[in-house]
Design a binder for this molecule. Structure first.
Ligand code: HEC
Ligand code: HEC
Ligand code: HEC
Ligand code: HEC
Ligand code: HEC
Ligand code: HEC
Length: 263
């Protein structure tokens, strides 16, 4: 009992020191910044729009990830995993590329219809968009709750079959051999002694991401092949390439560190 208390104290102390040691202004900002659930994962795309006299484009992950896998958009359709990384032209959309792969008047409202321009090219800040907010609560009402981010437990929503993810578009995604699925769970052992273990499930990630999003760009395909630290995650690399941007935020320590961590 006594040794338990001591190890908890040690852990708390360790975490405080750990935080002080890398708490740059940016990291603190990342941790503190709390977006309302309906704005988490929302991207303003504006490489060309304002220059052409149009409102920037607002893309919401929640209104798409409840239907499609990350893989479909980020591998097959070629959207970059960094904001501002995809050069979308009006012509591409009209030719059925990028947003136009779905916004074709069948799968979703058409990019060619003048009445629809404003549904994507819409004013920001996004928080002022009451219609999107209403839609958010309607779409997420029946989904299991999560603590942060969109306030939705997306993993559970998928597992429970509350959402059914589409992974290919017949008219777009080209067929190719799939990488072998389900290598089972990989236990990642933290390098720092005394820290709770890391939870990482290949199976759960592959449901959303396939294999190609992570391999070989984000992680080497070798156990222990990628060396990184928590600060790298906070800087948007490795796990932080998704967690903290679209997947649940990094402040939900307990979802990755198996044993309770407190600050
Ligand atoms: C489904 C969403 C969507 C709809 C609907 C849509 N656009 Fe866009 N459009 C985009 C995206 C995304 C970009 C790239 C934004 C950026 O980086 O500036 C873009 C960029 C543009 C650009 C700037 C790039 C270029 O080609 O010069 C123009 C002009 C444009 N759209 C016109 C229109 C018009 C006109 C309509 C209505 C007929 C329309 N768009 C409807 C998503 C949409
Ligand atoms: C319907 C298509 C679509 C789906 C599905 C989708 N994304 Fe995206 N994602 C985009 C677009 C579009 C952007 C913006 C790219 C740009 O600005 O060039 C983006 C950007 C991102 C970014 C960069 C965000 C930032 O702040 O820099 C990350 C990370 C990301 N997506 C992860 C995911 C994950 C994880 C999933 C699955 C849970 C997912 N995406 C599902 C279309 C999609
Ligand atoms: C994989 C298919 C797919 C792609 C790619 C896609 N969308 Fe959508 N989008 C949908 C579907 C389906 C809906 C909901 C049905 C509808 O409203 O017609 C939707 C709804 C929307 C909405 C209304 C809901 C909301 O979030 O406010 C906007 C705006 C939107 N998409 C923007 C975009 C933009 C911008 C892009 C490209 C950057 C894009 N979409 C790419 C399928 C897609
Ligand atoms: C969300 C990111 C992610 C996705 C998606 C993913 N992996 Fe991995 N993969 C990892 C990580 C993290 C490791 C461990 C790397 C390390 O230990 O340095 C890993 C390791 C591996 C290894 C080496 C394991 C070992 O024991 O040597 C193989 C093989 C592998 N992945 C295959 C796959 C396949 C096949 C898929 C698709 C079903 C896949 N991965 C999807 C992140 C991912
Ligand atoms: C998305 C998953 C994820 C979340 C959320 C997360 N971590 Fe980590 N954390 C990791 C991974 C992966 C490592 C690296 C493990 C290793 O050493 O290989 C790590 C390492 C660490 C380390 C070891 C020292 C170091 O710098 O690498 C500490 C301390 C830590 N995390 C604290 C935290 C705290 C505190 C939180 C919540 C604010 C948190 N983590 C949230 C995945 C996560
Ligand atoms: C390519 C994007 C991506 C990367 C990289 C990534 N994840 Fe995830 N992860 C997701 C998505 C998407 C989910 C589904 C839940 C959500 O979106 O909040 C998820 C869910 C999880 C879950 C919840 C699974 C459960 O059992 O409920 C854990 C834990 C997790 N990730 C840990 C990690 C760790 C640790 C790393 C780094 C080694 C990592 N993730 C890297 C996208 C990613």
């Amino acid at each position: 009992m006594k040794s338990n208390i001591i190890s908890v104290l040690f852990l708390v102390f360790g975490l405080i020191i750990f935080f002080l040691s890398f708490s740059t202004a940016e990291t603190r900002g990342r941790l503190k910044r709390t977006l309302p659930p309906y704005e988490y994962g929302t991207i303003v795309m504006n490489q060309f729009s304002e220059k052409k006299g149009l409102e920037p484009v607002i893309f919401r992950h929640w209104s798409h990830r409840n239907r499609y896998t990350c893989r479909l958009c980020h591998i097959d359709l070629g959207f970059a995993m960094v904001r501002g990384g995809t050069p979308v032209q009006e012509e591409d959309n009209r030719n059925g590329q990028y947003c136009g792969a779905c916004h074709n008047g069948k799968e979703a409202f058409s990019v060619k219809d003048r009445g629809n321009c404003k549904r994507c090219h819409s004013p920001y800040p996004v928080g002022l968009d009451q219609e999107a907010k209403r839609l958010f609560y309607k779409v997420t009402k029946t989904l299991p709750r999560g603590r942060f981010g969109n306030g939705v437990d997306w993993t559970k929503a998928e597992e429970m079959g509350k959402i059914k993810l589409i992974d290919t578009l017949d008219w777009y995604s080209f067929k190719r051999p799939k990488m072998k699925r389900d290598k089972g769970e990989i236990e990642m052992v933290p390098k720092v002694k005394g820290l709770p273990d890391i939870i990482f499930s290949h199976k759960k990630h592959a449901a959303w991401n396939g294999c190609e999003i992570c391999h070989p760009d984000i992680f080497a395909m070798k156990k222990g092949g990628t060396r990184f630290k928590m600060i790298d995650n906070f800087n948007g690399l490795y796990c932080g390439a998704c967690h903290g941007k679209v997947a649940f935020p990094l402040k939900d320590c307990g979802l990755c560190h198996a044993k309770p961590v407190s600050l």
